[in-house]
Design a binder for this molecule. Structure first.
Ligand code: C2E
Ligand code: MG
Ligand code: MG
Ligand code: MG
Length: 292
């Protein structure tokens, strides 16, 4: 009996494995065709000045509009795209699509100052990244200084010497560089200072506890103060409430991004959001005495 039960357990496990493998294969073949079937789309999340008054930029965030499964968030397919190497053509598409969108907005008279694009580790390893960035700027005519590339700590620490040289070459093109999700890795600000970075994005996990959680408050204030002394421009991610926004502004954070201002929006929805003006995003705690 025990043997039989064990056998059944084994078979069940096996069947489960097969389901997982099957799902993975389905996802993978779907992912392979998604580019030519034009199933990817970019949403854009506004980044606003710390007083909530002006748009500072947008971050492009990819989604997969699957014919059966609907809109799939990046967390559910980027890891598979990285494993399979599909992230390279997908990442190149993101860069092209987002830069073309910026130029289209320019032509329509819509002022989006800066575009941030997320890079994956696989894209960062290759020297072709330089060519891709160079080409997209040449083809679209977008000013390099309006393009910001977001990288993560682990991408830098994998091979710091190589990273320093690649970042240096990207900087020479004139693009801006930012460190995403700061605080989730193991690098210190002094380590990061070895890299030519412009922006530092404080991870959402620190913002979540603001303003009431003393530890989150202390850590966030310290990060912002140090980052500013080291000449990083600080961006806070995941700002969901006015209280969080006010705390961050008072702590010296320059730029805010999060659901309080807006979720990531389709290009068309961003146009409407901008046309409505940013007054709906203004922080109630801003006193307007001009000393911020
Ligand atoms: P990320 O770069 O840190 O992007 C911020 C994520 O936080 C986005 O999730 C955004 O929708 C979400 N978010 C923004 N504000 C708030 C808020 O106030 N509250 C909460 N709870 N969440 C907020 P999303 O779009 O699902 O993207 C997840 C991650 O997928 C990104 O994290 C980024 O690492 C990756 N990703 C997205 N697009 C791309 C891409 O084009 N290429 C690559 N390589 N990675 C991408
Ligand atoms: Mg990002
Ligand atoms: Mg982030
Ligand atoms: Mg994040």
């Amino acid at each position: 009996r025990a043997k039989e039960a064990g056998k059944n357990t084994y078979q069940f496990f096996d069947a489960d494995m097969n389901t997982q493998t099957f799902e993975r294969l389905l996802m993978e073949s779907g992912l392979r065709q998604a580019l030519e079937r034009r199933e990817f789309e970019l949403h854009y999340q506004p980044q606003v000045s710390c007083d909530g008054v002006s748009l500072q930029g947008v971050e492009a965030l990819i989604r997969w509009r699957h014919p059966q499964l609907g809109l799939i968030p990046p967390g559910r397919f980027i890891p598979l795209a990285e494993e399979t190497g599909l992230i390279k053509p997908i990442g190149a598409w993101v860069l092209r699509e987002a830069c073309h969108q910026m130029v289209a907005w320019d032509k329509a008279g819509m002022r989006v100052p800066r575009l941030a694009v997320n890079l994956s580790a696989r894209q960062f390893e290759q020297q072709t990244l330089l060519n891709e960035v160079n080409d997209v700027l040449a083809v679209t005519g977008l000013a390099a200084s309006r393009l910001e590339l977001e990288i993560t700590e682990s991408m830098l620490m994998q091979n710091p010497q190589e990273a320093i040289s690649l970042l240096g070459e990207l900087k020479a093109l004139g693009v801006k560089l930012s460190i995403d999700d700061f605080g989730t890795g193991y690098s210190s600000l002094s380590t990061l200072k070895r890299f030519p970075l412009d922006y530092l994005k404080v991870d959402r996990s620190f913002i979540e506890g603001l303003p009431d959680d003393d530890d989150s408050a202390a850590i966030t204030e310290a990060i912002i103060a140090m980052a500013r002394k080291l000449h990083f421009t600080v961006i806070a991610e995941g700002v969901e409430t006015a209280e969080q926004g006010n705390f961050l502004r008072q702590a010296g954070c320059a730029i805010l991004q999060g659901y309080f201002f807006s979720k990531p929006l389709s290009a068309a929805a961003l146009e409407q959001w901008l046309a409505a003006g940013l007054q709906h995003a203004t922080l109630p705690g801003v006193d307007g005495d001009g000393d911020d």
